[in-house]
Design a protein around this ligand. Structure first.
Ligand code: MG
Length: 272
């Protein structure tokens, strides 16, 4: 299963995605996931769902963030080399924080660098989309039952504010600081390791395997759901590998994992 969320004629739709000779295509409109009640109601109240859809390349679509999470849970310091580059101690338990849903940014959207920060970094990450409510998952529980699939994310971070503030709400929470997409897929074998790559202006800056996680996805799900419930559509950003670097206006940042396409965003200053 691969899907995206997109806009056509000013109406939001979900689309089934297929790989056609190495290019991702939207081949049909598809039902909305349970968490997107607003979309379901809109479809019922209008005839927006009744039109002849012609397949199109994903690259030609007006894409939206593929999920509408109630919360975005992030893991800090989950790759050994990244912990070392920040000069931090190896964590003995996961370090979690939130980004607000208002920080979501569509594929192709512009990351706005706030004037209050002098250093805004990219953080390419694998993101997990929750498919079923999960609370108090036990070690060894079938975690795949609660995972709908995977997508790409960029945990954009105002590094100077992260170092200045006692917690990270401001540094991680600016509008546009959570690009995600372009698709959600469950056709990946996490156990075999996924190769994450981040390019800045075409140059590879991050390249790592999820086999380098300090805490595995099942361990993260057990830890997080011991604190709060995860709901369908919620996002879990699994941490960034080494190679983080600052962004500048005019930059183009691309996060990719084979099978998930490429999340592309550009950067501009937010000075009005
Ligand atoms: Mg991060």
């Amino acid at each position: 299963m691969k899907y995206c969320r997109f806009s056509i004629n000013n109406q939001t739709h979900y689309g089934s995605v297929e790989d056609r000779n190495g290019e991702l295509w939207i081949v049909d409109v598809s039902p909305a996931p349970a968490e997107d009640m607003a979309y379901r109601v809109a479809l019922e109240e209008t005839d927006a769902g009744n039109f002849d859809f012609a397949p199109m390349p994903l690259s030609a679509a007006h894409l939206l963030p593929p999920v509408t999470p109630s919360k975005i849970v992030c893991v800090g310091r989950n790759y050994r080399a990244h912990v070392r580059e920040l000069g931090n101690e190896m964590p003995v338990e996961p370090l979690i924080f939130f980004k607000p849903p208002s920080s979501l940014l569509a594929p192709g959207g512009v990351i706005r660098m706030p004037a209050v920060s002098e250093r805004v970094d990219f953080e390419g990450e694998l993101a997990v989309v929750i498919g079923r409510r999960a609370r108090n998952l036990k070690p060894g529980a079938p975690w795949r039952d609660v995972v709908r699939g995977f997508t790409l994310a960029n945990d954009v971070t105002a590094r100077d504010l992260q170092n200045k503030d006692d917690q990270w709400t401001r540094a991680k929470g600016f509008d546009t600081f959570c690009p995600i997409g372009p698709i959600v897929s469950d056709e990946l074998d996490l156990d075999a390791g996924l190769n994450l790559e981040t390019r800045l202006n075409g140059e590879i800056r991050q390249h790592a395997s999820t086999l380098d996680f300090i805490f595995s996805l099942p361990e993260l799900l057990v830890f997080i759901t011991s604190v709060f419930a995860l709901e369908p559509g919620d996002l879990l950003l699994t941490g960034t590998p080494s190679g983080i670097a600052p962004l500048s206006p005019g930059d183009r940042v691309e996060v990719s994992i084979p099978g998930l396409g490429t999340l592309v965003n550009t950067v501009e200053s937010d000075e009005k």
